[in-house]
Design a protein around this ligand. Structure first.
Ligand code: FDA
Length: 278
């Protein structure tokens, strides 16, 4: 069972608790992106088991009539074991998404995986005519040219600042440099994309910039934030635009929870308060 300290950020260990959380969210006009926690598998059975669970999850989402999609990590689908393992599992998941009308996002991991992830996205974006999305990271110097390539494809992109520590030879590494790059990517995406842009950030300044660009270019957009972070803002923003909450669940919750605690003192305080009041 997930201890109270982690419940703010993780929606339980099994699909049923995650689905119940999404039901509540939908009541508040917030949609969900479900993510089964897991990454960097070196046992093919783990990758296959998570792919199986995603296939069954998209059925659950459709059966429950939820406003929800899913997001998968390449290394969770076996990328460390081989590109073919990742691609085979992703094919199955996207096929299930097509069968049940559930959108499939692909998370982006560190820079060594960018090419294979974008190639897989391109293949599915074309074959599903846009029922998939991919994350792109503003901290990578290559991203403006990746955006040029992606603008030619159907499907959505999720713009993030980037969560991985990348070498300074290929990435912006200062906070200011990353924020400047993110602003530039937002402008480029709104100017050149038709199918929609997801702004996955908790940063009020970046969300305001997205709204400005939406007014200027008319490009549809959604805001995405993590479960447990700025939830009041999520509900407020959802009154005037689509908002998706990224909802992680599963029994491999510890390292995800630890990352949330390390990245911000405020998250640690919230977690501590949850323990003291439980
Ligand atoms: P950042 O941490 O830069 O903070 C900027 C401002 O936001 C703060 O000054 C504050 O105002 C506000 N803020 C941030 N955190 C807050 C908090 N806890 N409470 C209150 N205010 C807060 N990365 C990746 O590499 N690959 C991926 O696939 C994804 N996917 C993804 C999906 C979703 C839905 C989200 C929200 C994020 C990701 N990311 C990601 C992570 C992303 O790259 C980035 O590391 C984090 O979102 C942190 O950057 P922010 O822009 O949110 O704010």
């Amino acid at each position: 069972m997930i201890p109270p300290i982690a419940r703010r950020f993780v929606a339980g260990e099994v699909p049923a608790t995650a689905v119940a959380h999404v039901d509540d969210l939908n009541e508040r006009n917030v949609a969900a992106i479900l993510n089964l926690l897991g990454e960097h598998y070196d046992d093919p059975a783990d990758a296959a088991a998570d792919a199986d669970e995603y296939v069954s999850l998209v059925g659950d989402i459709a059966d429950a009539g939820l406003d929800a999609c899913i997001s998968v990590k390449p290394s969770q689908l076996g990328l460390d074991l081989g590109d073919d393992v990742f691609e085979e599992h992703l094919d199955r998941i996207v096929a299930a998404g097509q069968e049940h009308g559930v959108f499939v996002w692909i998370d982006m991991e560190d820079h060594t995986t960018t090419n294979v992830t974008l190639d897989a996205f391109e293949r599915h974006a074309r074959s599903t005519d846009g029922d998939v999305g991919v994350c792109v990271q503003a901290n990578l110097e290559r991203t403006p040219s990746d955006l040029d390539r992606l603008a030619e494809l159907p499907g959505k992109i999720r713009l993030v600042k980037g969560a991985y520590d990348e070498p300074s030879t290929i990435a912006h590494t200062s906070k200011e440099g990353i924020n400047d790059a993110y602003r530039a990517c937002i402008r480029q995406a709104f100017e050149t994309f038709d199918d929609g842009v997801a702004i996955a950030s908790h940063d009020p300044e970046m969300i305001a910039l997205a709204e400005e660009c939406h007014t200027e270019y008319g490009t549809p957009y959604e805001v995405q934030m993590l479960m447990g972070v700025r939830e009041a803002a999520q509900r407020e923003l959802a009154e005037s635009r689509p908002v998706y909450q990224y909802v992680p669940y599963g029994d491999r919750w510890f390292s995800y929870f630890y990352r949330r605690i390390r990245e911000r003192k405020g998250n640690a305080l919230f977690a501590l308060r949850a323990v003291l009041t439980s």
